[in-house]
Design a protein around this ligand. Sequence first.
Ligand SMILES: [Zn+2]
Length: 246
Amino acid sequence: MKFLLKILITIPKRILSFVWSLIFSLIKTIVFLALIILALMYYANHSSSPVANQLSNFFETVTTVLDNSSFANPNKLGEQLAHLETDSHEHLDGARWSTNSATIYIATENSTFRSAYQEAIEAWNQTGAFHFKIVDQPGQAKIIAKDYSDPSTQAAGLANTKTNALTNRLVSVEVFLNTYYLSNPDYGYSQERIVNTAIHELGHAIGLEHDDEHDSVMQSAGSYYGIQEVDIRAVNQLYADKNEAA
Ligand SMILES: [Zn+2]
């Protein structure tokens, strides 16, 4: 009887001490992880080594994704809508193709974006300032038109350009439409603005920079304009000596 009583008293005690040790080890783990992250962040911000840079980029991405998620901040969406860029584009410094034409392959399977690219190509071709030739094989194309989904950027599109540093001529270009924004009804992109975004990215593929001074398809935000006179002039200017020896 005495033995049984002893066991009855011991069991809750044991359970309590087990739970407590569990909680304590959880706290230890959290403190340990926090210390490691703090140390990594300190290293990332105070060292210029490539590893530190990568770490710094990683933390930035994590912060951006957390900031952007409507879960973290439901009011963020409205704010984002107001500031959504067409893209953030690096400077081309006058880089262009050797003549005012280039081959293009449409790689997206999404029918909305396929027809947006087709309309955009048609719009540029109609200006007569530049000619895109659609090809059937990606291997035959200088420009590849794709889509992607990326909530971590504020951009509705993207243009990656490869330039020959010696000749300052474009070698290859990849353009992207960001389905994360363009296909999301919350962002209210009409078909016309999707086409304008495609025209804008193809503008970069031609070699155009942003133009926030005029009503231009190359405005860095909004994609409210199609090709304007000022855009055609910019292409003609860029390819003024298009009959250069190839
Ligand atoms: Zn742009």
